[in-house]
Design a protein around this ligand. Structure first.
Ligand code: ADP
Ligand code: GN1
Ligand code: MG
Length: 363
């Protein structure tokens, strides 16, 4: 009897052989596997989509199809070489759909990008490459007409909504943890109004929505053998939203001298070299489509996404850990404290960041 994963793979038109399937990557949300052929080659990536988080798998996969074919077209128009390593290729299931449901779980398959590597640890060189890759990604998607892509997680990076969720969690106090985190709740509340600027500007008509990746971590880029960015991956959260998401979330994840769940808060702080390298790379493409207001808001974006993640981890802690995978009982509290410490460092570095962005723009 074949194992579960090989049976799932049978539902896709692979073309190549598969001997075994092994876990791959370390995300918080989906489960990723790579296939191994009898000759030892890994040709396919199999993913179990977390459908309690992505409840509309049809919308999710249709967004991904739109995004990958749009990018492919752009690369072809530009006459780029090696396109199959610069954009993901998803394989249809035997029934023609771009995912397969086994009755319980949802699965998808894409081609493994050959001779690619990904990095968990960042350097200024990689940050600059990542900035270019995410800037170019947003640029290539900037002409997708409004309404074509839907929000795969409604209000995903909407700060007002995330604060409402926290409020709900505080009132419900489901896990009985509120008294332990009251000081953090107060710190968050005192910053709340200032952190909802984008939603306000949008209502006033001075900020528009753009297509964002919404999970701009360095490990969501594949690099070639020489460390040049090849391809942006992990497209589940590509959706319309506010532009600061992709700048802010990279600074939050990449320009932290500590870990996202560091217990030693003295290690957590902002790494200005990474910030500068990412900003420089990002602006190389993004300056052509960002408005002066959006450019001015970039350092704020770093604080915003870090604040938002503090709110999200704290909400999950108060709710009794229902969203993020945890590996110890107080994992979400540790994450909350580390994010908050990073926020304090970003607040302290605000003027330096502004000055740097200005210097890049003035060239
Ligand atoms: P998640 O972060 O949800 O686990 P990803 O799509 O980011 O899922 O995949 C996890 C890791 O698997 C990536 O960081 C990358 O190292 C590797 N990976 C994913 N897709 C590919 C691909 N098509 N080719 C090569 N490596 C891949
Ligand atoms: C989740 O899938 P992963 O681990 O890259 C989350 C992000 C958070 C991140 C916190 C769909 O991302 O929004 O920023 O954890 N993704 C979703 O590290 O909620
Ligand atoms: Mg990923």
């Amino acid at each position: 009897m074949k194992n579960e994963y090989l049976q799932i793979l049978d539902q896709f038109n692979l073309g190549g052989q598969v001997k075994e399937v092994t876990p791959f990557g370390n995300g918080h949300i989906n489960d990723t596997f790579k296939t191994v052929a009898p000759d030892g080659e890994s040709r396919y990536i199999l993913q179990r989509i977390n459908h309690s988080i992505f409840t509309r798998v049809d919308i999710l996969q249709s967004n991904i199809r739109t995004v990958t074919s749009h990018i492919r077209k752009k690369l072809e128009e530009k006459g780029e070489s090696d396109i199959d390593r610069k954009v993901l290729t998803f394989l249809p299931a035997r029934d023609g759909k771009n995912f397969y449901c086994d009755g319980k779980n949802y699965w998808r398959v894409c081609l493994m990008i050959p001779r690619s590597q990904s990095f968990e640890k960042i350097t200024p060189e990689l940050a600059c490459q990542a900035g270019k890759a995410f800037g170019k990604f947003q640029y290539m998607l900037s002409d997708i007409p409004k309404g074509v892509l839907q929000e795969t997680i409604p209000d995903f990076h909407n700060m007002e909504f995330r604060l409402q969720q926290l409020k709900g969690a505080v009132v419900a106090n489901t896990a009985g943890r509120l008294s332990q985190v009251q000081t953090l709740v107060n710190e968050i509340e005192s910053r709340a109004e200032g952190m909802c600027i984008q939603e306000r500007l949008y209502r006033e008509g001075s900020l528009k929505k753009r297509i964002n990746h919404c999970d701009t971590k360095v490990n969501n880029i594949l690099f070639d053998e020489d460390g040049q960015a090849l391809c942006v991956i992990d497209l589940d959260t590509v959706m319309p939203g506010f532009v600061l998401s992709d700048f802010g979330d990279f600074v939050r994840t990449g320009a932290n001298t500590g870990l996202e769940d560091d217990e030693d808060l003295s290690r957590v702080g902002v790494d200005m070299d990474i910030f500068k390298a990412y900003a420089k790379g990002y602006l190389e493409y993004a300056r052509s489509f960002l408005t002066p207001l959006e450019i001015r808001l970039l350092p704020y974006g770093a604080r915003l996404l870090t604040y938002m993640q503090t709110v999200r981890f704290l909400t999950d802690y108060l709710n009794g850990d229902t969203y993020y995978k945890i590996n110890r009982p107080d994992h979400n509290l540790i994450r909350t404290k580390a994010q908050f410490k990073l926020l304090l460092s970003l607040e302290a570095a605000k003027e330096k960041m502004k000055a740097y962005i200005k210097s890049v723009i003035q060239g």
